[in-house]
Ligand binder design. Structure first.
Ligand code: S3P
Length: 424
């Protein structure tokens, strides 16, 4: 589907509620499936990725039904059953990597498959630590499909070369079903939803800085309220800051400190953004944000902040085109392993609308402020975050832009366009 986006002249105004967090929705349905009894997940994401996790849990014998559009009731015996077919992870890296950790220690065999994009993404990062735990996983040179022969696992003490929540979570989930204490240490702290939710469900888990340890545990069922996704809010944050005259309120945004790098960066750039109200919901911090049009200055984004805003970097690139001076993003080489090569694709596409952007091995450099030009067709590369970032860019281009294959936005955020239209 082609989406034409025109310059917004009047400014974005009003208030919207940000839909459910994708990362937390994946974990909620997977962990509820491991807990014996009835869990209720309120505000489960409508995105296709978490729905892939849900379908896989069902294929593993878990009774999971929607009570209404977003309230999911999960009834589980706490024991998964052998699937009768390969398990389709669709486009979702989180589904494939977390499920690998769950399936490696089961008493049955399984196969995880993915779409074209997921089948190109690196899986050695989970196969290697799981193999150290005794897992048996066949792949096509480190890529899906993954054929997993369930084994008894033993604990490991793993120093992860990457700050990756998917790798960390995979190992911790395997550790729930392994003999001994499994410890993962990462170079910087990546998102910690797994740790918080496992604790909330009574697992034997301890955190210490960038290290986390887990022992064999039985999870207890819970009611889980999924907060809004700060990665989805990021498109509205960026648009509110760069579209003149904007003044918007974003409600129910997850403010877990391992995810709020975008707030730190925009404040540093001079963005007018306020947190209006903070509370704790199901173990996660949540609040409302007020965002107003701002005069932005470029900055350098590097080191430990990168895992705290990894998914926001494409829209940060759009934001940086509207900031005075130079913005440098580095230490973000793993962007090349996301749903697309997000370094190459961001550089290619933003150049089409006249951005002054150059590619680094591990990031990009942008000089602003530039009046972006329209009359361009921007490609999505099967990547939801690029589709939505190009929409935001279109709001400040002098002429309309066309975003090709815009339907990919539905991977994480099917409500994206109606919510933008509500503010226009
Ligand atoms: C995710 C972790 C991140 C992120 C992805 C979701 C998660 O990946 O990019 O969209 O839910 O754990 P890495 O932790 O591998 O960087």
């Amino acid at each position: 589907m082609k989406k034409t986006v025109s310059k917004n002249i009047s400014g974005l105004k009003g208030s919207i509620t940000i839909p459910a967090d994708k990362s937390i929705s994946h974990r909620a349905v997977m962990f509820a499936s491991l807990a014996k009894g009835k869990s209720v997940i309120k505000n489960f994401s409508r995105g296709q990725d978490p729905r892939s996790s849900l379908e896989i849990c069902k294929a593993l014998g878990v009774d999971a039904q929607f009570f209404d559009e977003t309230t999911l009731i999960v009834n589980s015996t706490g024991v998964l059953k052998a699937p009768s077919q390969p398990l389709d992870c669709g486009n979702s890296g989180t589904t494939m990597r977390l499920m690998s950790g769950i399936l490696a220690g089961q008493g049955f065999n399984s196969v995880l498959t993915g779409d074209q994009s997921l089948s190109k993404r690196p899986m050695k990062r989970v196969i290697q630590p799981l193999s150290l735990m005794g897992a048996k996983i066949d792949s096509i040179d480190g890529h899906a499909p993954l054929t997993i022969a369930g084994q008894n696992l033993s604990a490991i003490n793993y120093d992860s070369p990457l700050a990756s929540a998917q790798v960390k979570s995979c190992i911790l989930l395997a550790g729930l079903n392994a003999d001994g204490v499994t410890t993962v240490t990462e170079p910087y702290l990546s998102r910690n939803h797994t740790e918080l939710m496992l604790k909330f469900m009574n697992a034997d888990i301890k955190t210490d800085g960038c290290s986390v340890s887990v022992s064999r545990s039985k999870l207890e069922p819970r009611e889980i309220n999924v907060c809004g996704d700060i990665s989805s809010a990021a498109y509205f944050i960026a648009a509110g800051l760069i579209v003149p005259n904007s003044d918007i309120i974003l409600k129910n945004v997850g403010l877990n400190p391992t995810r709020t790098g975008i707030l730190d960066v925009v404040k540093f750039m001079g963005g007018n953004i306020e947190i209006l109200d903070k509370k704790n919901v199901s173990g996660e911090e949540v609040g409302d944000l007020r965002v107003r049009y701002s005069d932005l200055a470029g900055c350098t984004i590097e080191d430990g902040i990168i895992p705290r805003l990894i998914d926001e970097l494409p829209v940060v690139a759009v934001l940086a085109t509207q900031a005075r001076g130079t913005t440098i993003v580095r230490d973000a080489g793993d962007l090349r392993n996301k749903e697309s090569d997000r370094i190459k694709c961001v550089v290619n596409e933003l150049r089409k609308v006249g951005a002054d952007i150059s590619e680094l091995e591990d990031g990009f450099v942008i000089n602003g402020k530039t009046q972006l030009k329209g009359d361009a067709e921007l490609e999505t590369y099967h990547d939801h975050r690029l589709a939505m970032s190009w929409y935001v860019a279109g709001l400040v281009c002098d002429r309309p832009v066309v975003v090709n294959d815009f339907e990919w936005a539905g991977i994480s955020f099917p409500e994206f366009v109606p919510l933008f239209e509500q503010l226009s």
